[in-house]
Design a protein around this ligand. Structure first.
Ligand SMILES: Nc1ncnc2c1ncn2[C@@H]1O[C@H](COP(=O)(O)OP(=O)(O)O)[C@@H](O)[C@H]1O
Ligand SMILES: [Mg+2]
Length: 232
């Protein structure tokens, strides 16, 4: 079996305290391996974004363990999380969250620049990735000068830029028509296979289910499918 990259054990997350406390995760076990393409589904408010944030070192769980490779994220200080994020994680968010003032190349180069790449190397790799997502003729377009589907392709290129081992996507097809959404997801999957990335995609979109290696369902802060123990 290929190497485990992501692991959550008994993860809980409670937002707020006292009368307004909201338990968003109620003991979640989850794992994913190198090269795996996992879909995470569930109703609105079920805890999908919270789980993705815990896996992606955006927030610390209230209890339980999150491991990235051999590093226990849940045992680290809050101030260590950005370093882990940068080292391990590429993100794609709902809608487009590209930097408006930067062109496509600069947006894709950004995570590599943050990892210490030279401008020249980062830009060269950004251009290669943009060509790979068929935006070789839009290298200098700002986000506002691109369609929704083109922006999400830039976001896909940015998420895999610098080859982070783990790519997390929160409803990446939500603002797209069915055809474009499927194309974006197929692209993400083939880039993930080329790079050996672990990919976890949160989605409501049943039209992309056939692309998944595995589908995990969450409801009311608990994994309801596969049931615990059955997750291969
Ligand atoms: N920052 C927050 N403060 C308080 N409650 C939150 C916060 N973020 C999410 N929640 C609550 O936690 C639950 C799970 O939210 P979320 O993980 O965003 O679900 P999903 O992504 O599945 O829609 C929801 O009831 C939501 O209202
Ligand atoms: Mg959400």
């Amino acid at each position: 079996m290929s190497r485990l990259t992501l692991r959550a054990e008994g993860v809980t997350k409670t937002y707020g305290t006292g009368a307004v406390a909201m338990q968003a995760l109620r003991g979640v076990d989850f794992q994913a391996s190198e090269g795996e393409f996992v879909l995470l589904t569930g109703p609105s408010g079920s805890g999908k974004t919270t789980l993705l944030s815990a896996l992606g070192c955006v927030l610390k769980p209230t209890s339980g363990r999150v491991m990235l490779f051999d590093e226990e994220v849940s045992a680290m200080r809050e101030s260590d999380l950005p370093r882990l994020r940068l080292a391990y994680i590429g993100f794609i968010f709902q809608g487009h969250n590209l930097v408006a003032s930067l062109d496509a190349t600069q947006n894709v180069a950004l995570p590599m620049r943050l990892r210490g790449w030279s401008t020249e190397d980062a830009n060269r790799e950004a251009r290669r990735l943009l060509e790979r997502v068929e935006l070789g003729d839009k290298l200098e377009r700002k986000p506002a000068e691109l369609s929704g589907g083109q922006r999400q392709r830039v976001a896909v290129a940015r998420a895999v830029a610098g080859a982070p081992p783990i790519v997390l996507a929160d409803e990446p097809t939500a603002s797209l028509d069915a055809h474009t959404g499927l194309a974006i997801t197929e692209l993400l999957k083939s880039l993930a296979q080329e790079g050996g990335h672990t990919v976890v995609v949160v989605t409501h979109d049943s039209r992309i289910h056939h692309l998944a290696d595995r589908i995990v369902e969450i409801e009311d802060g608990r994994i309801v499918h596969p049931q615990s123990g059955a997750q291969a």
